[in-house]
Design a protein around this ligand. Structure first.
Ligand code: UDX
Length: 441
């Protein structure tokens, strides 16, 4: 099919390249010129495993184009996916700006074309957006009728950064939110050849499925982070606890790794947007609020553990190594990364911070700079002569570091394991002072 993609961010670019790899003809539009330049040359502006290879391949096959020309993309497509951002506003609510703009621009083209097109919202939108914003805007701006001259659908994404291509091509389910049979058939055609089950609902339920899934995952992590803090006070080990808890098939062992909290561009945004809406309805969600509050302070658990090892209140002039900056491994994305509040607190306490990350140093340096903050390339440089080290992001480069490396390079071998990736018995046997989230004395 001829598919148009509006917005070439994480969702748009991954969707476009993946659909093209299935044989569809993909035309993407973005407003950022340098992004369009890079992508048209087969260079991905985002760090995604396997994306660039696939991008080069589908461009070579003539199945993928990217342009600044909105009209060209919409007029040459049978189906148009809206994949623009829905960022948080300062009060936590979702911004409709980019989605509404896309709807208006699509309407302008439809008005000229008068050819039936399917419009699909893929951006994560507050439930009701497709029906109460996108549909009416297109009808009003084009003078056309929903259902007759254009179809409307909602197709949420469940892509994790770092494994987004895999998550797109092998989804657990494809959620189709439509208002009529014709729209449903067209959307199912887009996903022809995908092995996953289809779930067909109304557009508002489709939007809600995305929020409820994402907010559950974030809440589940916050729950296990709270249990980790309790486990430490009880003198238990959260890692042993979750291993057995996760064996209950109703719970599953996924997304219960206790640590220093969740970051990224989705969990925080979606939690705040849903909470904000619940307050507007006058039924403010206590559970979402609690999960957000827990996540807000969880990064500081790493600094609390550090202070209890030093038995000092201030970290004046201590040299602290920070291993990992990105909000999670296999990405350079620093959005709401726990490393940010941790480094800011260490600097506030007067520490000298030496931070490293395999790929996120460049993006971190743009948002975090300070005279007592030094960025280095390797973990060995970071821990060199350090008084202590905090493991913040569980990159495999760091997980595989043997205890000897810390013992030989550090002034005092003190490790705060923010993601519980090291074997505390082994490290302690080698004379390392090890503290970890959720590990009692
Ligand atoms: C998430 C959802 O997983 C995805 O379905 C949705 O489409 C977008 O948001 P993403 O934000 O890319 O994906 O990352 P994810 O792998 O889900 O991790 C999110 C955060 O949770 C990270 O900061 C990670 O460190 C943290 N996390 C994850 C935990 O702290 N413990 C866990 O067990 C899992």
């Amino acid at each position: 099919m001829n598919i148009g993609i509006i917005g070439t961010g994480y969702v748009g670019l991954v969707t476009g390249v993946s659909f093209a790899s299935k044989g569809h003809m993909i035309r993407c539009v973005d407003v950022v010129e340098e992004k369009v330049e890079m992508i048209s040359k087969g260079i991905s502006p985002i760090y995604e495993e396997g994306l660039e290879l696939l991008l080069k391949d589908v461009i070579a096959k003539g199945l993928f184009e990217v342009t600044l020309d909105f009209e060209y993309v919409v007029s040459n497509s049978d189906v148009v996916f809206i994949c623009v951002g829905t960022p948080s506003l300062p009060d936590g609510s979702m911004s409709y700006e980019y989605v509404d703009n896309a709807a208006k621009e699509i309407a302008q083209v439809l008005r000229k074309q008068k050819k039936y097109k399917m419009i699909v919202v893929k951006s994560t939108c507050i439930p009701g957006t497709t029906i109460s914003h996108v549909g009416p805007i297109i009808e009003k701006e084009s003078g056309l009728k929903l259902g007759e001259n254009f179809g409307l659908g909602m197709n949420p994404e469940f892509l994790r950064e770092g494994v987004a291509i895999n998550d797109f091509l092998y989804p657990d389910r494809v959620v189709i939110g439509v208002t009529d049979e014709n729209a449903k058939n067209i959307m199912m055609q887009c996903y022809d050849g995908f092995l996953a089950p289809f779930v067909c609902v109304d557009p508002t339920s489709a939007e809600m499925i995305k929020y409820v899934a994402n907010c559950f995952l974030a809440t589940k992590i916050s729950y296990f982070n709270e249990m980790a803090n309790l486990a430490e006070s009880f003198g238990a080990d959260i890692n042993e606890v979750v291993e057995a808890v996760g064996m209950d098939h109703r719970i599953s062992e996924k997304f219960m790794k206790a640590g220093i909290g969740w970051g990224g561009s989705c969990f925080p945004k979606d939690m705040r947007a849903l909470l904000h809406k619940s307050k507007e309805f006058g039924i403010s969600s206590k559970i979402l609020q609690a999960a957000l509050d827990t996540n807000e302070v969880q990064p500081f658990e790493a600094v609390r553990l550090l202070k209890s090892v030093f038995q000092e209140e201030r970290l004046e002039a201590k040299k602290i190594a920070v291993l990992g900056l990105a909000f999670k491994p296999n990405t350079d994305d620093m959005r709401e990364a726990p490393s940010i509040p941790i480094i800011k607190l260490l600097l506030k306490e007067g520490a000298q911070v030496v931070a490293t990350d395999p790929i996120a140093v460049t993006s971190a340096a743009k948002i975090l700079s300070h005279q007592n903050l030094l960025y280095v390339k390797t973990p060995e440089e970071a821990i060199q002569n350090a008084d202590a080290c905090i493991l913040v992001t569980e990159w495999s480069d760091y997980i595989n570091l043997p205890p000897e490396t810390f013992k030989e390079n550090m002034k005092t071998p003190i490790i705060i394991d923010g993601r519980r990736v090291y074997n505390h018995q082994k490290f302690r046997e080698k004379g390392i002072k090890y503290s970890g989230i959720g590990l009692g004395r």
